[in-house]
Design a protein. Structure first.
Lengths: 111, 113
C-alpha cells in the first residue's frame, strides 16, 4: 500500500497562477521529498524537507511540513507551461532505506 | 558526471517468461533502489541494495530478485511473469544511505502479454 496520498489528483491552472498540492502520510518520517515526473519517464527530485523543518524554499517552490498532521504542501508560484507534469511526495517512513511514494497530482498549466 | 541509465527502454514478454532489467548508477553512488510504477499510480518500492547487499524490501514476492555489482550497477530479475507485472520499472541511486535525494533513471517499460 502507498504511504502517501496527494490531493488533488488533478489540477488545471492558467500560466502565471500558483499551484498548490498537498500530501498526507501515515507514519512518522525522517524526511519528505517532492518529485516531478514528465510523461511517465524518470522522476526528478525537486526538494527535500527534514522532519524538524517546517518550511523550505527553492526558486519558485515552497514546501511546508506539518508533522503533527502528517501532511505537506508544495506550492509552485508563477506557473509555466513547462511545469505540466505529475508531482509525487515520498517519505522514508523512518526507515532510511525504504521510500514510499504517494499517488501523485497531475498538474496541467495552460499557456 | 553520468546520470543513471537503464536498459532496455522497452521490453515485451509473454506470461511465464523471465526478464532481466539493468541499471547503471550515477558515479559515486553506492545505494540503488528499484521501483515498479503501474499506469496512473505512484512508484512502489521493490527493494534496495547497498554495497551489494539487499537491505530493504517492499511487498513484492520472491520472484522479484536483484543483484548489485562491485561497480554499483544493478539488475532486477523477475521470474514467471504475470500480466500485472506490466509497468514502468525505475531504478534510483543515492550517494549514501539515509536522507538523500534519489536520482532516477528514465525507466524500462515492460509489457507482459
Amino acid at each position: 500500500s502507498q504511504q502517501g496520498e496527494e490531493d488533488p489528483q488533478a489540477l488545471s491552472i492558467q500560466e502565471g497562477e500558483n499551484a498548490t498540492m498537498n500530501c498526507s502520510y501515515k507514519t512518522s518520517i525522517n524526511n519528505l521529498q517532492w518529485y516531478r515526473q514528465n510523461s511517465g519517464r524518470g522522476l526528478v527530485h525537486l526538494i527535500l524537507i527534514r522532519s524538524n523543518e517546517r518550511e523550505k524554499h527553492s526558486g519558485r517552490l515552497r514546501v511546508t511540513l506539518d508533522t503533527s498532521k502528517k501532511s505537506s504542501s508544495l506550492l509552485i508560484t508563477a506557473s509555466r507551461a513547462a511545469d505540466t507534469a505529475s508531482y509525487f511526495c515520498a517519505t522514508d517512513a523512518n526507515t532510511g532505506n525504504q521510500f514510499y511514494f504517494g499517488t501523485g497530482t497531475s498538474l496541467t498549466v495552460i499557456p | 558526471e553520468t546520470g543513471v541509465t537503464q536498459s532496455p527502454t522497452h521490453l515485451i514478454k509473454t506470461r511465464g517468461q523471465q526478464v532481466t532489467l539493468r541499471c547503471s548508477s550515477q558515479s559515486g553512488h553506492n545505494t540503488v533502489s528499484w521501483y515498479q510504477q503501474a499506469l496512473g499510480q505512484g512508484p512502489q518500492f521493490i527493494f534496495q541494495y547497498y554495497r551489494e547487499e539487499e537491505n530493504g524490501r517492499g511487498n513484492f514476492p520472491p520472484r522479484f530478485s536483484g543483484l548489485q555489482f562491485p561497480n554499483y550497477s544493478s539488475e532486477l530479475n523477475v521470474n514467471a511473469l504475470e500480466l500485472d507485472d506490466s509497468a514502468l520499472y525505475l531504478c534510483a541511486s543515492r550517494p549514501r544511505m539515509g536522507g538523500n535525494e534519489q536520482f532516477f533513471g528514465p525507466g524500462t517499460r515492460l509489457t507482459v502479454l
